[in-house]
Design a protein around this ligand. Structure first.
Ligand SMILES: Nc1ncnc2c1ncn2[C@@H]1O[C@H](COP(=O)(O)OP(=O)(O)OP(=O)(O)O)[C@@H](O)[C@H]1O
Length: 273
């Protein structure tokens, strides 16, 4: 299924991101079933993401969003098709891509500072001790966690844990940030605050971002483009919407415009159909 809209004429095979920093080409993914047949999750996904572009992938539960982002992370291999970042085929996880998970995935026996430091030590092997300390401190400050640097994960709120995840991912200076429902577990007050912090950081550091979300408002507020996936099995990209609002964005001003509601309705209609 492929939908074009009054906002953009992108179809399934779309390439309007220009530079094609991330290039997903004809990706199929299937798993073996006990009866010997294959369960097809992704059926011909084509997508490019620009070097400084923020895209969201939205779709119903189980359609294959996490599978897609895991393939980009190198945690899963496509059954066929190719995924390239900056011209290089992705075959395994690498320091050029950092993922933030919904469930935080912090090491509970390390403090906030040590969790971030571990990632920096792993990736920035050539940096000096002083440089590494500076990077850790800078990124803890960015997500406003300087005061909590010596706490352990179980002493933190969900929002704070997620900020550690964001600081840890950004501190390694990846070319691409992969966010798998990063705000999904947060309460209604914490969620917009953390969305804003991530956007503020992204606006000052600009890198490619792919974010999985179920939340239509979050997708519109944060993204340059929203990629809509069809229902599984055998899901693919059913349409793409350009989000035309200039940055930095004001959530409340955006919601006062008719254009916002047109975009929102378009996505909701797509998901309903
Ligand atoms: N390792 C696996 N083996 C077999 N099937 C799998 C495997 N991983 C995922 N699947 C199946 O692939 C489909 C897509 O799963 P995926 O987690 O990518 O969906 P999703 O869109 O991210 O879902 P949600 O929004 O609920 O997180 C599901 O039907 C799932 O059961």
């Amino acid at each position: 299924m492929s939908q074009s809209t009054s906002f953009t004429a992108n179809a399934n095979r779309e390439s309007n991101a220009g530079t094609g920093f991330l290039e997903i080409e004809d990706v199929f993914k299937s798993y073996p079933k006990p009866d010997g047949s294959r369960f097809v999750v992704l059926d011909g996904v084509n997508l490019t993401v620009g070097e400084e572009e923020f895209i969201s992938v939205i779709g119903h539960s189980g359609c294959g969003k996490t599978t897609l982002i895991k393939i980009v992370a190198g945690l899963e291999k496509p059954t066929s098709g190719s995924v390239r970042l900056d011209g290089k085929e992705i075959r395994k996880p690498g320091a050029d891509r950092m993922m933030v998970f919904q469930n935080y995935s912090l090491l509970p026996w390390l403090t906030v500072r040590e969790n971030v430091r571990l990632a920096v030590d792993e990736v920035l092997k050539k940096a000096t001790r002083v440089e590494k300390n500076d990077i850790v401190n800078e990124h803890l400050a960015m997500v406003k966690l300087t005061e909590a640097a010596d706490k352990y994960p179980d002493e933190l709120s969900g929002g704070m844990k997620q900020r550690v995840g964001v600081a840890r991912a950004l501190a390694t200076r990846p070319k691409m940030l992969l966010l798998d429902e990063p705000f999904g577990a947060l309460d209604a007050l914490t969620k917009p605050r953390l969305q804003q912090q991530v956007l503020d950081i992204w606006e000052s550091h600009r890198q490619a971002v792919m974010m999985i979300t179920h939340d239509v408002d979050e997708a519109i507020f944060m993204s340059d483009r929203v990629v809509m996936m069809t229902n599984g099995p055998a899901a693919t990209i059913g349409g793409t919407l350009n989000i035309p609002f200039s940055r930095p964005r004001d959530r409340h001003a955006m919601r006062e415009s008719q254009e916002y509601y047109d975009l929102r309705n378009h996505i909701l209609n797509f998901l309903d159909s």
